[in-house]
Design a protein around this ligand. Structure first.
Ligand code: BGP
Length: 476
């Protein structure tokens, strides 16, 4: 068994979860810096907390800001062909509204990119990964305000121009479809919460969310156009949190329920970004949910002209859908019902390698453009043994099964170009805000009580992944 020649093996991270140095080099405060951690349902990231120094880990994270050379050397040792990371908007435009980009921020990323290129590791840049300047959240309520579009485009212009010829692949927004799900995500949409848990968990405002999402679609489409103008070699993609679900039973009511959830949660954003227009099913959903998207006359043309070149997604788990309220309890991170055929991670995420093959086939059937799995992996409580080693066989097992599923999908005819497992080096969890949930091939000695010296160690999975890459997926 082998993957296509030139398959992009690598790993993925995000600025606010690993860099630390949250005010270094003139960086401004981002949304992620003012939250106590976590962005989703299990969130502790509810109230903006500005007593910044009081909490670990988000401000120090794993100190990649000062240790990126050591980290990239380790990625190179594993044989990475690609490294997916995000640029923190606030390093480039600290408040989002400066007229000139911050040179220290640009220089930091240029150094990081050069370090990757030194080892022939291709940089894959996420332009916005769950953060924006906090100043824009305060002033405009994030993406709810149309004016943020141009500020984002200015930011894109600065990085496209500076990294021209060095970065060829970009993703406009991480997991953009989180805005389409009823979690009213502060970090996905930059919407200011009012300091109460109710805001995030109970008072869902679909009108606000979908209007904000519309602005992100326009921003993404403009970025695609601009990126192509600046460098015709640029490939610009979308990034979807692919939350695949199945009908809980063959009852047609469950099948229909599942179809509806799949449409709004997964396909709406992909359709807009890949096909350049809202899908037909959006109309009824908007009507039934009292959502009126305010559009400018040019918006449809902008969307049509800003179709992405490739489709990327994260894949961690699947869930089931049903109309039976009683059966819904105990679902997954995103609600729904538990699948009796699957086992769960320590955080209740149901592990489903076969689902990845199904997902790849579904997505490729729908869009017919190159696909990339840019996040996948197992969050676990890793332990250092007395002899200093970390035996993460459970992670190897998880990844092995998912790589097998990807390979089957390639044999099915899917144009899959790369794989970047999440958190290739341990970093702060997005949903829990903690270090304890680890994904890495590289262990970082840093703990939630603030102890630890940031030193790095290779886990068992490090050597395993190295062999996988060296054999282009043959040796699992
Ligand atoms: C995705 C995010 C990542 C990442 C990952 C794992 O939703 O794009 O930022 O953190 O999930 O989630 P967690 O860290 O909550 O385990």
């Amino acid at each position: 068994m082998a993957f296509p020649k030139g398959f992009l093996w690598g790993g993925a991270t995000a600025a606010n979860q690993l860099e630390g140095g949250y005010l270094a080099g003139g960086k401004g405060l981002s949304d992620a810096d003012v939250c106590t951690g976590g962005s989703h349902t299990q969130s502790k990231r509810i109230t903006p907390v500005l007593e910044a120094d009081t909490f670990y880990p988000s401000h120090e994270a794993i100190d990649h800001y000062h240790r990126y050379q050591e980290d990239i050397a380790l990625f190179a040792e594993m044989g990475f062909k690609v490294y997916r990371f995000s640029i923190a908007w606030t390093r480039i435009f600290p408040t989002g509204e400066e007229t000139e980009p911050n040179e220290a921020g640009l220089q930091f990323y240029e150094n990081l990119i050069d370090e990757c290129l030194k080892y022939d590791i291709e940089p894959l840049v996420t332009i916005s990964h769950y953060e924006m300047p906090y100043a824009l959240t305060e002033k405009y309520n994030g993406w709810t305000d149309r004016r943020v579009i141009d500020l984002y485009v200015t930011y894109c212009q600065a990085i496209f121009t500076r990294f021209k010829g060095k970065v060829k692949r970009w993703l406009t927004f991480n997991e953009i479809n989180c805005g389409a799900m009823p979690l009213g995500n502060l970090l996905s949409l930059g919407i200011l919460n009012n300091g109460t848990t109710e805001f995030m968990h109970q008072i869902d405002q679909p009108q606000l969310r979908f209007q904000a999402l519309h602005h992100q679609f326009i921003a993404s489409a403009k970025a695609v156009q601009l990126g192509h103008e600046i460098d015709q070699d640029n490939q610009i993609g979308c990034m979807i949190a692919y939350m695949m679900s199945y009908p809980l039973t063959p009852n047609p009511a469950d099948v229909l329920e599942n179809q509806k959830v799949m449409q709004i949660s997964n396909y709406l954003c992909g359709d807009v970004q890949v096909r350049g227009a809202y899908p037909s099913f959006a109309k009824r959903y908007f009507t039934e949910n009292d959502i009126q998207i305010e559009k400018e006359p040019e918006d449809d043309a902008i969307l049509a002209a800003g179709k992405v070149d490739f489709y990327t997604f994260s894949y961690y788990m699947t869930v089931c859908q049903t109309t039976d309220e009683a059966a819904k309890s105990g679902g997954n991170l995103m609600g729904g019902a538990k699948n009796p055929y699957l086992i769960s991670s320590d955080w209740g995420w149901q592990i489903d390698p076969l689902g990845l093959r199904i997902a790849l086939n579904e997505i490729y059937d729908r869009y017919q453009i190159p696909l990339m799995v840019v996040e996948n992996g197992l969050g676990a409580y890793d332990k250092i043994k007395a002899d200093g080693t970390i035996d993460d066989d459970y992670r190897i097992d998880y990844l092995k099964q998912h790589i097998n599923a990807m390979h089957e999908a390639v044999l099915d005819g899917v144009d899959l170009i790369g794989y970047t497992p999440w958190g290739c080096i341990d970093l702060v969890s997005a949903s829990t805000g903690e270090m304890a949930k680890r994904y890495g091939f590289i262990y970082v000695e840093k703990y939630d009580d603030g102890s630890g010296d940031f030193s790095r160690r290779r886990k068992k999975s490090f050597d395993w992944y190295k062999a996988v890459i060296a054999s282009n997926g043959e040796k699992l």
